[in-house]
Design a protein around this ligand. Structure first.
Ligand SMILES: [Zn+2]
Length: 408
């Protein structure tokens, strides 16, 4: 569990770091400030200017905006996954806690859970939240109790299938009642050969109504949108977050910037599917299309604004889903490998995640913010692409709620 290290020293009711170089990430630019960070009751109490050489570099904890705590990164049939989860929720909770601990060791201190397989999630999410509240050293979360799906669409019937507005109203009430702070939608078809590859097929009135209701209730409205039809619907409805977004064209990316819509490309998830398809020969056409398309979208995004990067990416890996590990920073490496600059990636993984998930106390290192911190032994902004392959080796320690949970 929690271990103290010399990185934080007790000092009469609060703790304090040695001189550290805070990496300030803003609009793709980076600045440094050498300070000592004072921490009290899990929050940053003060940043005291320091004159010495920094002992570590520090960023805020990473926010993975797309994870599935109730899924085990398996590639087996959904019916079995659902039967496992529904049949033994306590075992699922214990496994989720384990995943959450592994995530924190990589600096991932918060995540948005995009739903369980099937309808089994409510008691499991309750158990996970209780563990977080009891001080477990795991990544905290917001969750969507179910993934809302279109009849006959991708994922269906392994989520909450919505046929009409009335069902949507009930699903939203029950989401709130089960503690959901996010609503995840999968409104499009599975991949089809021929154009369009992906069709929007959710009842439109229910989608529009839910978007407005989520806004009023301050819930995160997140949409699986690979295809242009769904991407354009998301722009019209000004959603909070888009998942995958592989077919986004430059004009769509610009519209995301103008409308505060954030995009999680989930490169790690798509690459894991590709690797798995290559081993098994299953579903190869669809996963190859998705992988090539997402790589080209990220390359376009890297120089979108007259050579400057797209401002609204998220760290979103699809952790836990099909063959995709919970604790991994490969998403960040893949973004960089496809041309995205390191400071903008770190900004996506901290500042942007907090904005998209409406986490006003996270994402930056400032007085009053939560002391979820990554202590870097070297400056990650200046590390080479090769070093980003194992970025975690540069993490000396992670603080969660002001307590050190991982030491080199
Ligand atoms: Zn997912």
């Amino acid at each position: 569990m929690t271990e103290r290290s010399a990185i934080l020293k007790e000092s009469g009711g609060y703790s304090i770091t040695g001189p550290v170089g805070v990496i300030i990430l803003r609009e793709g630019e980076v600045e440094y400030r050498t300070v000592r960070i004072e921490i009290q009751d899990g929050l940053i109490r003060e940043l005291k200017p320091a004159g010495e050489e920094p002992e570590y570099y520090v960023t805020a904890g990473f926010i993975n905006c797309h994870a599935h705590y109730v899924m085990d990164a398996g590639a087996g049939p959904f019916d079995k996954m659902i039967a496992d989860a529904a049949g033994d929720p306590d075992n699922k909770i214990a496994r989720a806690i384990q995943y959450g601990r592994e995530m924190v060791k990589l600096g991932i201190t918060y995540t948005c859970d995009k739903g369980p397989p099937g309808m089994c999630g409510a008691p499991i999410y309750r158990g996970i939240k209780e563990a977080v509240d009891a001080g477990e050293s795991m990544a905290n979360l917001k969750y969507s109790t179910w993934a809302m799906m279109a009849d006959g669409g991708f994922g269906a019937p392994y989520g909450r299938v919505i046929h009409n507005l009335k069902e949507m109203e009930v699903a939203l009430l029950e989401s709130e009642k089960t503690g959901a702070e996010a609503l995840k939608f999968i409104p499009e078809s599975a991949y089809k050969a021929g154009t369009p590859h992906y069709r929007f097929m959710f009842p439109e009135d229910a989608f529009r109504w839910a978007r407005q209701a989520a806004k009023e209730k301050n819930m995160v409205f997140a949409v699986h949108a690979k295809g242009v039809e769904t991407i354009e619907m998301c722009i019209r409805e000004s959603v909070d977050g888009i998942e995958h977004g592989i077919e986004a064209k430059p004009e769509h990316l610009r519209a995301f910037q103008e409308n505060d819509i954030y995009l999680g490309p989930t490169m790690d998830g798509l690459l894991c599917r590709l690797e798995h398809a290559k081993e098994t020969g299953r579903n190869a056409e669809a996963v190859e299309y998705d992988w090539e398309t997402v790589c080209s979208m990220v390359k376009t995004a890297s120089t979108l604004n007259n050579g400057r990067p797209f401002s609204n990416f998220l760290f979103a890996s699809d952790a836990g889903s099909y063959a995709t590990p919970h604790a991994s920073l490969r998403e960040l490496y893949q973004l960089r490998k496809n041309g995205f600059p390191p400071a903008a990636i770190l900004e996506a993984a901290t500042v942007n995640g907090a904005k998209c998930l409406k986490l006003w106390d996270r994402g930056t290192i400032e007085t009053g913010k939560r002391a979820d911190l990554i202590f870097w032994s070297t400056n990650p902004v200046e590390q080479s692409l090769e070093e980003w392959k194992h970025l975690e080796k540069h993490i000396a320690a992670v603080a969660l709620n002001g307590k050190i949970v991982k030491i080199e």
